[in-house]
Design a protein around this ligand. Structure first.
Ligand code: ATP
Ligand code: MN
Length: 536
């Protein structure tokens, strides 16, 4: 097979201050990037031919080191908070200068042209410049891949410059420490420094789309997965990290649209990305066959360990991090839709991993309850996912994605609320977390049961069953669901001690109420009515 030879996009790189030499690797194939990573001893192959790397000091995102440059575009429109931290233009200039000088001194760099947004009306061209070939492979896997013809006329809208081995002088550059991810809307530039965690690249692009699409195009951007049923109906699954977006959207009975980031326009939904970034911890072929089988040549696996003396991945081993990951192109999931676009959703699932065992495993929400839950964005972190967490800890993350939302959460909530009401979308809350007691006493809901509940909702079976309202949270709990023991459907009955359940439900209700105080002023009275009510 002949390999197409692409010319190096010299002019644009020069504009960025980069010198052009023959050590720029442009648009290499996954095979070539894999070979180069092996040659540089930056990775190894596992027994199924995937490239396995270590990402170094960072094995997850570092939200405290993410900055947005305060300029004439961002100053008045970004909702400045702990996630959207401002940095001065003068600091940005210094960081960019450090970055370009550093990249120019490297013996080799990797450049890739790609794009995001599967709906051509919203397409954004991205040029990624990497210090490491494996990170360029991540860009190939995760972003959309232009055709040879499209490459001929490629003009990048945005650039990502990534230098994991560079360290910043924090005092000089105005950063917290020597690593940082810096986003400039004026320069249309993302600088990722001192971190080898590939996910920073994808989530910084997500963040800029969360700014540009709702603000300029009236498109709702969403932290959700999406798939399409045999009758053509779309379902979307919102949820914070670890709640099941990737796992539950990979469904042999439905075609995958995307696993993490989508836009909702007046006439469709579309995937931002061209790949999946799945968790590998405790991955089992029987439970998640599609993800398991995607680990093959071209896939990039991060921070796993092998069984000693072998090249077989021990998926149970979380000793480097619980956040072990694999990236692969969407086409590695056999039934992925191409292009990844679908009709507007008929069903929305809010996924929450409730480690307190309070929320029902599936329930139906009124539009007002949906808005209340969406703005709250509740889930729980459990031990292991973050250092220092030994007990479950509740977290509320507005719109199920606060770290990635540059605008005020109210903007996204308003767009979603309007769509749910106007289009009569059904909204479900699914607890993929604990049942029968809190973390440590109860058990995590079985994936098989969660899948059965979601299928029953999607097939309309839950439209014709009896419901009972949750006494504190108000959502409607089905009394029966095919394939699921009925006694699991009402969480109170799964606890050995119902009084302990009531107490826990009351505590969770208080946390919801306290968290909601900061939004209470800006929401309609009906939404406030959907708040949990503690029993006397
Ligand atoms: P991220 O935003 O970080 O990509 P995600 O929402 O895509 O997170 P998943 O990668 O789907 O989260 O992770 C869910 C994890 O929980 C998987 O490892 C899955 O095997 C496990 N799990 C266990 N029980 C369930 C359940 N009942 N439903 C869903 N996932 C479950
Ligand atoms: Mn995911």
């Amino acid at each position: 097979m002949s390999v197409p030879v692409f010319t190096i996009p010299a002019n644009k790189l020069v504009q960025l201050g980069l010198h052009i030499s023959d050590t720029i690797h442009y648009q290499l194939s996954p095979e070539e990037l894999t070979r180069q990573t092996l040659r540089r001893k930056e990775g190894v192959l596992n027994d199924t031919g995937a490239l396995v790397i270590l990402t170094g000091e960072f094995t997850g995102r570092s939200p405290k080191d993410r900055f947005i440059v305060k300029d004439e575009i961002s100053a008045g429109s970004v909702h400045w908070n702990d996630f959207n931290q401002a940095i001065d233009e003068s600091c940005f200039d210094r960081i960019l200068d450090t970055m370009t000088r550093y990249l120019n001194e490297l013996p080799e760099i990797w450049v890739r042209d790609c794009y995001v947004c599967a709906d051509p009306r919203y397409r954004l061209n991205i040029r990624v410049v990497n210090e490491l070939p494996a990170m360029n492979l991540f860009a190939y896997n995760m972003f959309l891949r232009p055709t040879d013809n499209e490459l001929e006329h490629f003009h990048p809208d945005w650039h990502i410059l990534s230098a994991p081995c560079l360290r910043l002088d924090a005092a000089l550059c105005g950063t917290r420490q020597s690593n940082a991810v810096v986003v400039s809307f004026r320069h249309k530039l993302i600088l990722a420094i001192g971190t080898g965690y590939t996910g920073e690249m994808k989530k910084s692009i997500f963040s800029i789309l969360n700014f540009l699409l709702p603000r300029d195009k009236n498109v709702l951007s969403m932290h959700c997965s999406a798939n399409r049923g045999p009758k053509g109906d779309t379902a979307i699954f919102f949820g914070l990290s670890g709640t099941g977006k990737t796992t539950l959207s990979a469904d042999p009975a439905r075609r995958l649209i995307g696993d993490d980031e989508h836009g909702w326009t007046p006439d469709n939904i579309f995937n931002f990305e061209g790949g999946c970034y799945a968790k590998c911890i405790n991955l089992k072929e029987e439970k998640e066959p599609q993800i398991y089988q995607a680990i093959r040549p071209g896939a990039l696996v991060e921070n796993v360990r092998f069984f000693p003396g072998t090249d077989r991945i021990n998926f149970e081993d979380g000793s480097i991090t619980e956040n072990t990951r694999v990236s692969y192109p969407l086409s590695y999931i056999g039934n992925a839709l191409e292009p990844s676009v679908g009709p507007v959703p008929k069903n929305i699932f809010f996924l929450t991993c409730d480690a307190y065992g309070v929320l029902p495993p599936i329930s139906r929400l009124t539009p007002e309850q949906a808005m209340y839950q969406f703005i709250s964005g509740y889930t729980a972190k459990v031990a292991g996912t973050e250092t220092g967490i030994t007990e479950p800890k509740s977290t509320f993350s507005a719109c199920f994605g606060a770290p990635f939302l540059p605008l005020h959460p109210g903007r996204y909530a308003e767009l979603l609320g309007k769509k749910i009401r106007e289009q009569g979308v059904k909204v479900w809350l699914v607890n993929t977390g604990w049942s029968g007691g809190p973390y440590g006493k109860g058990n995590r809901m079985s994936l098989t049961y969660t899948r059965s509940m979601i299928s029953a909702a999607l097939e309309g079976i839950l439209d014709n069953v009896e419901y009972t309202p949750h006494p504190v949270f108000g959502m409607a709990m089905p009394k029966t669901c095919p394939g699921v023991p009925s006694n699991l459907l009402d969480p109170r009955g799964t606890w050995p001690d119902p009084a302990a359940y009531d107490e826990m439900a009351g505590r969770l209700a208080d946390w919801f109420t306290t968290n909601f105080e900061k939004y209470a002023k800006g929401v309609a009275p009906e939404v406030l009515q959907a708040a949990p009510r503690k029993q006397a």
